[in-house]
Structures are given as C-alpha cells and as structure tokens.
Design a protein around this ligand. Structure first.
Ligand SMILES: [Zn+2]
Length: 463
C-alpha cells in the first residue's frame, strides 16, 4: 500500500489530504484547502489527475483546511461517495457553501482589477454549483463500527474532540490475505474542552499519521482562561462599554455562547444584551443543537437541567446587514460576536471601526491571529490602525485569552499517542510547522523510543 500526503506536510499546516492506494483501490483521506497567503493558495489544484481511479473520499472533520478542495473533485467529474460522521457532513455542507460564495466574490473583485489593467479575466477556483455537486455525494457513517469504504478497505471513526463531529480514523486494509492498520489522528482537540467528548485514542496501528500543530508547546490552562474570561466580562459590563469578540463561526462562537449562559445561570453576571452577529455562526449553532447526541456528559447535564434558551433570553441573532448596523445604536454594555476570527474581513471590522476609538470598548481576542492581520496588530498593542483606508485610534482595552484553542497542546498529543505506542507503529508527523514537528519528534523518541518521519508533500510512504 502506498500513502502520499498531498497537503499539510513538509511544514505546510493547511490543505490536509492523503492518497491511500492499494492493489485494489484508491481513496483520499480529507481533501482540504490551502489557506493563508498567496504561496499556499497557489497550491489549490485538484489532488489527483482526472483520469486516476478514485473509489471514495473519507473525512476526519468539516474544517475548510480538511474539506475545501472537495468541490474541485466534483468539477473534474468525481461522483463517488464522500464519507464522514453525520455532524461532520452537516458542517462540511455549511463550510463548502460559504467557501464557494467567497471564491466567487474574491474572483469577481480580482476580475474588476484585471479588467482595469487590460488583463485576461479568470474563473473562480470553484462555484456554488461545484459545491452542491459534491455535497450531494456526502454519505454518513456511524462511529466505532468498521465500515467498508472501498474494495479491501474498512474505516473506523472515533472521536477526536476537536470540532463537532470530528474524528480520528483507523483504516483496516486487506492485501494479500493480511490486514494492516493505518491510523490518521485527524486534528485532535484538548482534553479540557467543553461541549465535545474527549478524544478516543486507537490502541493499534502499523502506521500512524499524527498531527503536530502544537507539537512544541502547551496552551494556557483552560480553567484559568475561563476565570479570566469571567473577570473581563464582569469588569467590562461594569464599565458600560461594548465587548467585541472576533470569532470564527464554528467552535469558538458556540463556546463563548455557552460560557455566557453558564455565567447567567450561576449568577456570575446579570443577563445583558448579547449579539451573535454572523449568519454562518447562527447556522453552525443550529447544527450543534441538531447533534446533542455527541455532546459530553457535562454539556448534556447542563442543557438537561434547563434549556440554554432560558439562560440566553438577552441573546439576539442578527442575520441581516441592517440588523448588524443597528447594534451601533445599542446603549450600555453589550457583547458582540462576529467574524472573521482574525478581524481581516467581515462584520467585526465594521464594529471595530465604530468602537475602537472609544475608551470604554473592550476587545476580547479568543483565537489565533495570523501575521499581518488587523487582529494581530491589536494584540501587538498598535495605538492606531487603518480600517478601510482610514486611521482609527485604538483607545479600547485589548484582552488576549490564550486557552480556548481547539487543538491539543503537546501534553495531550503525547497522551493520545501513549495509547497506541505499545503497538510499536511507524510514525509520520504532519500538519505542523517545522519547529513544532521537530519538538514532537524528539519527545516521541525520548518517551517511546519510536523514530518518526516528516515527509514532504507528494513523498510516498510504502507499507
Ligand atoms: Zn481542524
């Protein structure tokens, strides 16, 4: 069997995709988009030549960097199945529709520039039709049961605790009368995360592909981060200003919503106005509420004791742009969650422009801020920023909370791996920058006496 990483390898963190080829079949594990800058985005081509056999695609989870190239498969004529857990498929639909819309909008904008420069116009990477074509191929699979995905290949999905529906996958591959086991960790979540169940490590593998996003460090402690969140919200409400929370639509937005419900229920704060100002986050929250069956015990009890609705009477969802603009006129303390998570686009930019110059405003940074983003400038303490070409003074208080990551830190990665280590698998590190992979490789050698390799993109591993 031959396994080739076609993304998220060789130091690249996005574009997750593996080709698994046996004598009898070929499947892809994930089919993600490359993101974050022109150099990465230039890699966004179909993962396979159109004439290659492809029996199935299987998904670890719905994030764009694991699913965003799927419409390219539809575009080149693939009409086979795409398997994933039910919640993953719901998230994949939401995320691919949004991605296709953005691809078209970006391309239109670039075409206007090309037109003015008398350059030839270009087609978008893919369109909503391509996204719908592949969404119609999504097929749900159960957790924990070996499921035949292609001739001679069964796959088992188990929780990975990273996002709603996320999973690690174990492949059972039969060739020449022998069964070999290959495990893909997928993205692993931190064990301390709320809402989702903890990851369930596999016990046996001949070969493991282990993510290494945070192979070199741990996050801030989750409980400490919650304590800090409570303190900041309490103080901000007292000061009467707006609290702006840039959030990704899926994951962080639901976590913050849950924490606020918990604060109101336990009397840590009196209910005050909250706005979920993101059509996509509203839809993602609806998907969460359709999949209560995969919540962890704590969350199940929390919503079983009393519906979240009862705690969140002061929460409004604002789907339209007019409703979003009306938030400007709200007097007194309120909290606004809006995208994009790095403040580089979306409704949050309008809220920042309208409020950053006011000393009573608080900005709560709860996620990673990429180099060069507006969010990163705020975290780095900029006194003035440019928004839509206009200088805006930063008088708001900027708070950075480090412990709400959806990714396992080093300690959890090692803990997950410790369960499978006794089966002495070959180890391949992917989905991490060079320093993170190197740090994790060193620890795997030291703790488990297992060497690991870090292949380049397109470098085939034979088993
Ligand atoms: Zn992910």
């Amino acid at each position: 069997m031959k396994i080739t990483p076609l993304g998220a390898a060789g130091g690249e963190v996005t574009g997750s995709c593996y080709s698994v080829q046996t004598k009898n079949a070929r499947i892809l594990v994930d089919c993600g988009l490359f993101q974050g800058g022109k150099k990465s985005e230039a890699l966004n081509r179909p993962p396979l030549a159109p004439n290659r056999r492809l029996d199935a695609v299987i998904l670890t989870h719905g994030h764009l960097d694991h699913t965003g190239r799927l419409p390219l498969l539809a575009k080149m004529g693939y009409d086979g199945p795409v398997y994933g857990t039910p919640a993953t498929l719901d998230m994949t639909g939401l995320i691919l529709r949004d991605s296709a819309r953005l691809q078209v909008a970006d391309n239109d904008r670039r075409n206007r520039r090309r037109m003015r420069a008398a350059q030839p116009l270009q087609q978008p990477l893919y369109t909503p039709d391509d996204a719908e074509a592949i969404i119609s191929r999504l097929r749900p699979v159960p957790y924990h049961q070996p499921f035949a995905v292609a001739p001679g290949i069964k796959a088992v999905w188990a929780d990975s605790g990273h996002m709603l529906g996320s999973a690690s996958i174990q492949l059972l591959v039969e060739e020449d009368g022998r069964t070999k086991r290959v495990v893909f960790s997928g993205d692993l979540g931190p064990r301390s995360a709320l809402i989702l169940r903890e990851y369930e490590p596999f016990q046996e593998a001949d070969l493991v592909f282990l993510e290494s996003t945070y192979g070199g460090r741990d996050h801030r402690d989750f409980r400490e981060t919650v304590t800090e969140f409570v303190r900041i919200v309490q103080e901000s409400v007292k000061s009467g200003g707006k609290i702006l929370v840039p959030t990704f639509a899926v994951g962080r937005a639901q976590l913050i919503t849950l924490l606020l419900a918990w604060m109101f229920r336990t009397g840590k704060a009196k209910p005050f106005p909250i706005f979920l100002d993101s059509p996509m986050a509203i839809e993602a929250t609806n998907i969460y509420m359709r999949h209560k069956e995969i919540f962890d015990d704590q969350m199940t009890k929390f919503i079983g004791d009393r519906p979240l609705r009862a705690d969140l009477k002061t929460m409004k969802t604002t789907a339209t742009a007019d409703e979003s603009r009306a938030i400007n006129d709200v007097a007194g303390a309120c909290l606004v969650m809006a995208g994009a998570g790095m403040c580089n686009a979306g409704r949050i930019v309008h809220h920042l422009k309208a409020n950053l110059w006011k000393p009573g405003t608080h900005v709560l940074i709860v996620g990673y801020q990429g180099h060069g983003s507006l969010g990163r400038q705020l975290v780095d303490g900029a006194k003035e920023v440019k928004i839509f070409g206009e200088p805006v003074a930063v008088k708001a208080k900027i708070h950075t909370l480090g412990g709400f990551s959806a990714h396992a830190g080093q300690t959890d990665l090692l803990h997950w791996f410790s369960q499978i280590a006794p089966s002495k698998p070959r180890v391949v590190l992917t989905h991490g920058e060079d320093d993170q992979r190197a740090a994790l490789a060193k620890l795997l050698q030291k703790k488990f006496r297992l060497p690991s390799v870090s292949p380049a993109m397109g470098e085939t591993i034979e088993l």
